[in-house]
Ligand binder design. Sequence first.
Ligand code: F6R
Ligand code: MG
Ligand code: MG
Length: 365
Amino acid sequence: MKLTLSVIKADIGGYVGHCSSHPDVLTRAEKNLAAAKKAGTLIDYHVTRCGDDLQLIMTHQKGEENGEIHKLSWDTFLACTDVAKKLKLHGAGQDLLSDAFSGNVKGMGPGVAEMEIEERDAESIVIFMADKTASGAFNLPLYKIFADPFNTVGLVIAGNMHGGFAFEIHDVKEHKKVMLNAPEEIYDMLVFLGAPSRYAVKAVFHRETKDIAAVSSTQRLSMMAGRYVGKDDPVCIVRCQGYFPAVGEVLEPFAGPNIVEGWMRGSHHGPLMPVSVAQSNPTRFDGPPRIIAAGFQLSAGMLVGPNDLFDDPAFDNSRKQANDIADILRRMGPFEPHRLPLEEMEYTTLPQVMKKLKGRLIDLD
Ligand code: F6R
Ligand code: MG
Ligand code: MG
């Protein structure tokens, strides 16, 4: 059966500060989506959170970018914002950039990853959700999962994956896209993927079947708002097993922490720590950035799960290494490369300081 999986997320208020989400907000979202399931709009749903981000995971048969599904998400975020305002949570409604909904939440603040698929006999999916980082954070893991044989041995020894995967890469600054094929174009591909603040993997496709394998949210909050309003805290859906990488191959890039942009005030580099949902509370220096992985089997659109996949001692070393990297980077305080370059920072006082020092900044001979 044809099925659409939509993951739509927004930070509509943090508890406490930007660390986590209040249970009443999640309860409110549950209530809205339960009503939509009862009304037949959704087949199934799961509400969760990563740090301070509210995650709406929904299945339906209305296709991608469907007005009804997007309106449901928007209205749910608004209802949850009301709860957040009553509790005076921090930054209530922070990601909802406009008051007027116009049929699609894209460009309005929330992050969106959607895929329409033909549900297989066994449809294993992993939904990654990150907090305190930016879109582009999935470039490195998606490359490893779908193009690196040292990560995914299936690319070498499984006949149904040996033909490789195609990557749809977006230039988030110039609004352009390019399709590149692994393995033969990986050197070209890495020129783009290695610059995740500008280029982000939007989707990955199995080259023989043309089936979608992965999709991520590439919305850049700062570009939508025209100012720095927080990090994107992206999400990514990955199909697993059969002619896609196995669940273990999909999780393997997180066995060691990657360094991403985000963390305190969206203005630092820090390690991306894989954690259980319960541990997705970025506390230390508002971090370090976190990622959770919710595994589901789809059964006629029903979300069988989640299995909290990083809730596993196999990721303890990665968490330990992330803490070690955090210690090392934190020693640098406000210095690059811990702090982001000036043009990438969410917060800056440079214009004020320059103004204040105007008469004192004099030409060198
Ligand atoms: C980063 C983040 C936090 C805040 C910081 C200051 O994406 O959300 O690190 O930037 O806690 O928050 P405000 O400006 O809301 O007081
Ligand atoms: Mg927040
Ligand atoms: Mg967040």
